[in-house]
Design a protein around this ligand. Structure first.
Ligand code: ZN
Length: 300
């Protein structure tokens, strides 16, 4: 179901997924989070995170900050004295849920609007673009609350010990997101890892039941040729739940419209690589891999 960040508020687009692969539909309490009051001691504690670890990635930083500022997560109290436990909750949560919390925190702390400095890929005009963070679209899980979907492969491939013609995908956890961010800038490797992170098995699926559950690594998927890999990335993108970080931007000079893929990090730092800076290849790169590389921008 499509909604916006503003309408969603402090609710998860997905929510915790049970051991049976199912999201509890009726336990609404388990599909919310809340924040502590933003105080100076809290802010000082957050400042210490980078002070103590300058090399921390943006994704790990988000997890550290959230472990301090969250008051509850999925119906569990998560005050500052339970930081390690909270970090575990976040690691196994859907990345879409953690990104939503991070985005809501940004709105609370630094306001709903952010201005980005962009360059038009068509006329090279430099302009400021104001983003209303509340209007960002979010795809939420809707009944029958099954986060899985089956993607057909273009051919049969030997994956996880069997010839497969389809894969079942589910939600990527925040820990997977952190791992991908830490992979550096080898794009095919990040793409394979982002596909592998979402693989839950083959065949399906009724209310979270995957016919044949298994997990794979990026190495297991190296048998996939580039067109199949691109096809799967596109499929994942189309079926992905959570906030949509793609923005449709209009240049005030040429009136040309283009789409930029942002990340949660760009909203916090107001830094974004505009399409022309990326060799005008916008739109072709998967936003999953982009999110992984972009979120690791150094010096934030
Ligand atoms: Zn232009």
């Amino acid at each position: 179901m499509k909604t916006t960040i503003d309408k969603l508020g402090c609710r998860f687009p997905i929510g915790p997924i049970g051991a049976d692969g199912e999201v509890p539909e009726l336990m609404t309490q388990s599909r919310t989070f809340s924040f502590c009051d933003w105080t100076t001691p809290l802010e000082l504690k957050i400042g210490e995170i980078r002070e103590n670890n300058k090399a921390i990635s943006a994704a790990q930083h988000a997890q550290e900050v959230l472990s301090i500022v969250l008051a509850s997560w999925a119906g569990q109290p998560t005050n500052a004295s339970h930081r390690e436990r909270t970090k575990l909750f976040l690691a196994v949560a859907a990345a879409a849920d953690v990104l939503t919390a991070w985005l809501q925190l940004r709105r609370i702390v630094a306001g709903n609007f952010c201005t980005m400095n962009l360059v038009c890929p068509f006329c090279d005009n430099k302009f400021d673009y104001r983003v209303d963070l509340g209007s960002i679209e979010v795809e939420t899980l809707s009944p029958p609350m099954d986060p899985h979907f089956v993607a057909p492969l273009d051919s049969e491939y030997m994956i996880a010990g069997k010839l497969r013609s389809e894969l079942t995908f589910g939600e990527v956890t925040w820990q997977h997101h952190i791992d991908m961010v830490g992979m550096g800038f080898n794009i095919p490797r990040i793409e394979l890892a982002s596909i592998a992170a979402a693989v839950k098995g083959a065949g399906l699926t009724q209310k979270g039941f995957v016919e044949e559950p298994f997990s794979v690594s990026g190495v297991d998927l190296e048998v996939l040729p580039k067109p199949s890999r691109d096809g799967l990335l596109q499929y994942l993108k189309e079926n992905r739940l959570g906030p949509d970080f793609g923005l449709d931007v209009r240049c005030p000079v040429s009136a040309c419209r283009h789409r930029i893929e942002t990340s949660i990090d760009s909203f916090f730092t107001n830094r974004i690589s505009s399409p022309s800076e990326r060799g005008k290849k916008y739109g072709r790169k998967s936003s999953i891999s982009h999110m992984a590389t972009k979120a690791d921008s150094p010096g934030t």
